[in-house]
Design a protein around this ligand. Structure first.
Ligand code: H2U
Ligand code: ZN
Length: 346
């Protein structure tokens, strides 16, 4: 008898329509609760050498203002530029290139060099939520911009260049690959069923409960059935809103609250600050209503069993498909078991 808890199987991600191989038998042993904290060297509140701290010079000569809450600036090493001339290359359908105009910005979450979303107050994170929503609207209004990607890389393991709490926004003309896949699947589902893929998925998960991590009145955090990363989390709006502009004050407070709770749980799992890449997926900024889109945030953390054991996408995963040993159900259980308050000294 086929058993998801015991037998190798593959699971479908209905958002990307990609499969993940799940090998639950490889971790049939119970979790040892191993906690291997990295040395708690908390950074100073202000670092004179940091290019994101208030008042400090950045590369390229600009100087940061003496900001008191959030601070947004154009990336000095932007991956895309607004003034990119139109153009394309098409050679036999095999050499294909298209000019890609865009705008890249950096968002400092706080003037305090030593904070993280987990360590900031909910009010402080609410200011970040407002900044994200304002930037999403402002960048989406540009003629050339059709998608605004808000994201955060946290920790050197995920390639973040600096511990100062910050994220980035890349806004550009065409849908990035991951967004295009989610656009197509949500749109096809909406056409076929006249209902929203993620609203329907959330109903199933809330009824089953085994993959839930935590929730409040407006958001649910869960480990998706199709998770690839060991402690991957999906934060879903509980009402059908297509983007941050449709979130009112109470919903924005709740978003700040759930971000703090999820990142605290991460920090309390193995390592503070727990590394991850996270970001929102929401409706494209092309002026269409996109009723099929459901606002959500993904968290992709690389850690597997401890602060030092990480997951790499190598070998079979690069050449075949992603694979995981610890099941999403087990990962959700571990995330539910850790406390939500920041630990002393973390
Ligand atoms: P990451 O930590 O996710 O790499 O983001 C930091 C960004 O900050 C990075 O994209 C930019 C880098 O280009 N940056 C500046 O714009 N100015 C600077 O003085 C240094 C870094
Ligand atoms: Zn700093």
């Amino acid at each position: 008898m086929f058993d998801l808890k015991a037998h190798p199987h593959r699971r479908l991600n209905p958002l990307t329509r990609e499969w993940v191989l799940v090998s639950p038998h490889r971790t049939a042993r119970p979790w040892q609760g191993q906690v291997e904290r990295l040395p708690a060297t908390r950074p100073p509140e202000y670092d004179p050498g940091c290019y994101l701290c208030p008042g400090n010079p950045r590369a390229g000569g600009a100087r940061n203002p003496d900001y008191r809450a959030t601070f947004v600036f154009e990336n000095d090493f932007a991956a895309m530029r607004p003034a990119t001339p139109p153009g394309e290359l098409r050679e036999s359908g095999l050499l294909v290139a298209e000019a890609e105009p865009g705008i890249c910005r950096v968002v400092c979450f706080s003037p305090r060099h030593d904070l993280t979303l987990a360590r900031m107050s909910v009010e402080g994170v609410r200011t970040v939520v407002d900044t994200w929503a304002d930037q999403w609207l402002e960048l989406g209004d540009f003629e050339a911009i059709r998608y605004v990607q808000i994201f955060e890389n946290r920790g050197g393991m995920m390639g973040a260049s600096n511990p100062h709490p910050h994220g980035q926004i890349w806004a550009n003309h065409r849908l990035p690959n991951e967004v295009r896949k989610e656009q197509e699947s949500q749109s096809d589902y909406f056409e076929a069923k006249r209902s929203c893929l993620l609203c329907d998925y959330l109903k199933i998960e809330r009824a089953l409960g085994e993959r839930l991590v935590c929730e409040n009145a407006f958001f649910t955090a869960l480990v998706p059935f199709w998770a690839v990363w060991p402690f991957e989390v999906l934060i879903l709006a509980r009402e059908h809103v297509t983007a941050l502009d449709q979130a009112g004050g109470a919903m924005r407070d709740a978003l700040a609250e759930i971000f703090k709770r999820v990142t605290c749980r991460y920090d309390n799992l193995f390592a503070a600050p727990f590394p991850y890449s996270s970001g929102f997926h929401q409706r494209p900024s092309d002026g269409e209503p996109h009723p099929e889109w459901h606002l959500h945030a993904h968290f992709f953390p690389p850690l597997l069993r401890s602060a030092t054991v990480r997951k790499f996408m190598v070998g079979y995963e690069l050449l075949g498909q992603p694979q995981r040993d610890i099941t999403p159900e087990a990962a959700a259980g571990q995330l539910r078991a850790v406390q939500e308050e920041p630990l002393e000294g973390v």
